[in-house]
Design a protein around this ligand. Structure first.
Ligand SMILES: [Zn+2]
Length: 334
């Protein structure tokens, strides 16, 4: 997921976010995690379980590094970082994982803007009008924003991968725990503060609802551009299948706080090539700067370390085939 990074914004209109960013910068500079990060770097260069599933696509994808990740010594790390490669055979079915309940009020949608790393659609979050609950979550989590990550070409772009398979893009819907925290800014830095739904985008048929977003992109081509974007229900971007994986992880942009309960939907949604091409017409750069296309805005994969990925659905781990659930033992599968 992406939280606006301090280096990515300057607009006076975005003052509240600047306050957030200055506090995040303080956290970053004061972080005691440098030692952990160095250890983590060593581990990252050596796959925990090297195996033939690490395909050429995986290697190629990680050659397309955004400059944000070229100076990895600047960012702290830990033991539950994101994104990760999800392995079907290692994921553990948890019958207690109920389906996620999604309840979004389209009128809470505020605006869409280019933060210099992705484009974000932000929501009014002073009340519980747009929330998710259930699944792995103990409380209601309020929708704050959603955004995407994508590649320069269709062969890669997602942050998470499934059995080392990359998708061309990934949607992140970012929610915060308003029961435990007073603000999104506080929640983003603390354990159990955020819940992010990840949805893979795959190449296929035209996505009619996504097109409403795509049509707005020319007006936010440059960094810091912001336009009103009212009445949009992001539930229209969700796959129909309720199945998901969940694990404890982190933000995928600095300060990389380990505050996120990830909920990764198993079923991707289809979009067409032209729609992804429109994502790639956005720019990392502001007006007047040398133009740099907004592509490959994903973080490299991180080691799973001592974590378990749970699935809400039963599956055969050898064949990666979903098993038809018995009504008495599963309420999470369709
Ligand atoms: Zn993201």
């Amino acid at each position: 997921m992406a939280v606006p990074a301090s280096s990515l914004q300057s607009d006076q209109d975005l003052k509240p976010k600047m306050v957030l960013m200055s506090s995040l910068r303080v956290i970053l500079q004061a972080s005691p995690c440098k030692t952990l990060w160095r250890r983590f770097q060593i581990l990252r260069s050596t796959p925990v379980r090297p195996c033939s599933l690490y395909t050429c696509t995986y290697k190629t994808r990680n050659r397309a590094l955004h400059p944000l990740w070229e100076r990895t010594d600047l960012v702290p790390g830990g033991e539950r970082q994101s994104p990760i490669n999800i392995r079907w055979r290692d994921s553990v079915y948890d019958p207690d994982l109920t389906p996620l309940t999604i309840s979004y009020d389209p009128t809470t949608c505020l605006h869409i803007w280019n933060n210099g790393y992705s484009f974000l659609v932000e929501f009014e979050d002073s009340t519980d009008k747009s929330v998710i609950k259930g699944g792995p979550l103990e409380h209601n989590f309020r929708l704050k924003q959603f955004h995407f990550h994508w590649g320069a070409i269709d062969a890669w772009g997602s942050e998470h991968t499934v059995d080392s398979k990359c998708y061309p893009a990934e949607l992140h819907l970012v929610h915060w725990n308003a029961v435990k925290f007073e603000s999104f800014e506080d929640a983003a830095l603390e354990e159990n503060g955020l819940a992010v739904i990840g949805v893979f985008l795959k190449l296929g048929k035209h996505h009619k609802e996504l097109q409403k977003l795509v049509d707005t992109l020319p007006s936010i081509k440059h960094k810091d551009a912001l336009v009103e974007f009212g009445s949009f229900d992001p539930a229209c971007l969700m796959p129909t299948c309720p199945d998901y994986w969940t694990y404890s992880g982190s933000l995928t942009t600095p300060p990389l706080s380990e505050s996120v309960t990830w909920i990764i939907k198993k079923q991707p949604v289809e979009v067409d090539h032209d729609q992804l091409e429109q994502f790639r017409t956005l720019l990392f750069t502001s007006k007047g700067e040398k133009e740099k296309r907004m592509v490959d805005n994903f973080r490299p994969l991180q080691p799973l370390m001592n974590r378990t990925v749970r699935s809400s659905f039963r599956h055969d781990y050898v064949l990666n085939i979903q098993v038809t659930p018995k009504p008495t033992t599963s309420q999470a599968s369709p």
